[in-house]
Design a protein around this ligand. Structure first.
Ligand SMILES: CC(C)(COP(=O)(O)OP(=O)(O)OC[C@H]1O[C@@H](n2cnc3c(N)ncnc32)[C@H](O)[C@@H]1OP(=O)(O)O)[C@@H](O)C(=O)NCCC(=O)NCCS
Length: 163
């Protein structure tokens, strides 16, 4: 499969990909940049998604070398089973960005979701992740809903209460 001028292979993730995907994610989803407030990129995230619904864990390789990945899961809704699909982590190694790899990963991911009966796909990202927002808009995502996350520092609460 050609993505730009690169020969890309998109396939399901296998066990040997796990450490490579984890380390690429460490580069892409740093706490400062493009992290996800309610999910943390760690080895458990990768192994959990792989163990739970491996068919929604895809990798992109170029000459057998990992270049990107897409990881997600489906959400069962009462009366509309497997209706929602969540693309949680989409990442492409920096040297390969803007060559259409994420587009290929996304298209394959969407196709698999459709075959599993998913009707609505959701994505989320930090409001300052302009590249990802542009990418998702280009691929038809709209109707962004603002969601407010608030935090409470429990160490400070303890200090105030003298605990
Ligand atoms: C977002 C990301 C996955 C895009 O991967 P990619 O392989 O470069 O994407 P594509 O080449 O398929 O881009 C398709 C289109 O999306 C848009 N796009 C992609 N990256 C963009 C960026 N940084 N800024 C603006 N638009 C961007 C462009 O319209 C692009 O088309 P063009 O190159 O012809 O202009 C990649 O930049 C990445 O891994 N970012 C860090 C992790 C992240 O934020 N993931 C998303 C949230 S989980």
């Amino acid at each position: 499969m050609k993505a730009g001028n690169l020969d890309v292979d998109i396939r399901e993730m296998v066990i040997d990909d796990l450490p490579l995907v984890f380390h690429l994610g460490e580069k892409l989803f740093t706490p400062e940049e493009f992290s996800n407030l309610y999910r943390t990129w760690d080895e458990y995230e990768v192994t959990y998604l792989f163990q739970t619904e491996p068919e929604f864990c895809l990798v992109a390789t170029i000459d057998d070398k990992l270049a990107g990945f897409a990881l997600g899961y489906t959400v069962e809704k009462p009366r509309t089973a497997w209706d929602y699909g969540h693309l949680v982590w989409l990442g492409v190694d920096e040297p390969y960005q803007r060559h259409g790899l994420a587009t290929k990963l996304f298209e394959e991911f969407m196709e698999i979701m459709q075959t599993k009966g998913v009707r609505i796909m959701v994505v989320d990202t930090q409001a300052n992740n302009k590249g990802a927002i542009h990418f998702f808009k280009k691929h038809g995502f709209d109707n962004p809903i603002k969601h407010v996350y608030m935090s409470l520092n429990l160490d400070e609460v303890s200090r105030e209460k003298g605990r």
